[in-house]
Design a protein around this ligand. Structure first.
Ligand code: DAH
Length: 339
């Protein structure tokens, strides 16, 4: 048997190949299940005990050498096939397909950039929250319907652990740990217990902005809203504010922009009104400031919140919200934006 192994060792050492097929012949002849080496391993049983150690070592050496040869030849053919050798330093790098940024990230970054130019800095908070940060501190009445299981995903009821339904909870997180001036922008994912359709999803994204300082007025809010709308949708964009209600702002408003699809003339997208709603806003309710340990007699503030999907739909006219979370590259590749 030793002789046979020695013979195979020299055969393997001398093996050359001119093509991939010949490399394959080497593999089949020596290394396949029915190849020479497997055969020898089978016969190993018959080797007398006192020779087992020496023959075993030789046999393992043969197996390693054959494996090594196979790997070397394979590598040689791979680089030969592409016309390159491993030490050709002049070759260009393999073209790597570049990914694209997700449309929601493009729009989120754009919103952040606009507010950053006004001095806002980013603040983030947890997605898994408690009732106080999401509702209680923000002046939601104990029986407010938003607290219902039908709207909110509860992880636990007692003690309450839930998925935040809006990024307004980050307001509380920041205000409880800091004194004014506070000027923050909070992007993030939020969750609501909604049936999934083209216009609703159980998770989506929001951006919240909060400014608290001495003498902050509704006029300041209005100017920031106009600046934002025109930076985002173009300098021709008009805004209008409609009175509204949110528990955490007083007074509250919703902001519409002139429809950027028809330019305000009226189209199916704006339901022929010429206006589309894009965000909620208002002056921070004094109760909210006090709940968070900020003296509402000294300070005032404004807040606003918007859905990133909504802004993205308006910018890129994506008709079905579900596209944002399906990861279909045919959709994503359309956003080769320089962002
Ligand atoms: N949190 C509100 C929502 O999810 C949006 C919102 C409205 C945020 C008014 C605000 C605000 O900061 O002032 O629908």
């Amino acid at each position: 048997m030793t002789e046979r192994i020695q013979q195979l060792l020299s055969e393997v050492a001398a093996w050359t190949a001119n093509s991939n097929d010949e490399v394959e012949v080497l593999r089949i002849k020596y290394l396949s299940k029915k190849g020479e080496i497997s055969q020898l391993f089978n016969d190993f049983r018959t080797v007398p005990n006192e020779q087992k150690r020496q023959v075993g070592q030789l046999l393992n050496e043969l197996k390693d050498k054959a494996q090594e040869k196979l790997t070397d030849l394979k590598a040689a053919f791979e680089s030969q096939q592409s016309g390159l050798t491993t030490d050709d330093y002049t070759r260009t790098a393999n073209p790597m397909p570049l990914g694209t940024r997700h449309p929601l990230s493009i729009v989120k970054n754009e919103i952040i950039d606009i507010f950053a130019r006004l001095g806002f800095t980013i603040a983030e908070g947890p997605e898994i929250e408690d009732d106080w940060h999401v509702f209680g501190s923000l002046n939601f009445a104990p029986e407010h319907p938003a607290r219902d299981m039908q709207d909110t995903f509860f992880i636990e009821k007692e003690p309450d652990v839930l998925l935040r339904t809006h990024t307004s909870s980050v307001q509380t997180r920041v205000m409880t740990g800091n004194q004014p001036p506070i000027r923050i922008i909070c992007p993030g994912r939020v969750y609501r217990n909604e049936a999934i359709s083209y216009r609703a999803h159980c998770f989506f994204h929001q951006v919240e902005a909060l400014y608290v300082d001495k003498n902050v007025s509704f006029a300041d809010l209005k100017q920031v809203l106009l600046y934002f709308a025109q930076e985002m949708f173009g300098s021709h964009t008009k805004i209008r504010l409609r009175p509204s209600y949110f528990p955490f702002t007083e007074p509250s408003a919703e902001m519409d922009i002139s429809c950027n699809i028809c330019g305000g003339k009226g189209c199916p997208f704006c339901k022929h009104t010429g206006w589309v709603e894009i965000l909620g806003c208002g002056m921070v309710d004094p109760n909210v400031l006090d709940n968070c340990g900020i003296d509402s007699k000294v300070y005032s503030g404004y807040a606003l919140g918007m859905g990133i999907e909504r802004i993205t739909n308006l910018k890129y006219q994506v008709k079905d919200l579900r596209l944002f979370s399906e990861n279909d590259v045919r959709f994503l590749e359309q956003f080769k934006a320089a962002y």
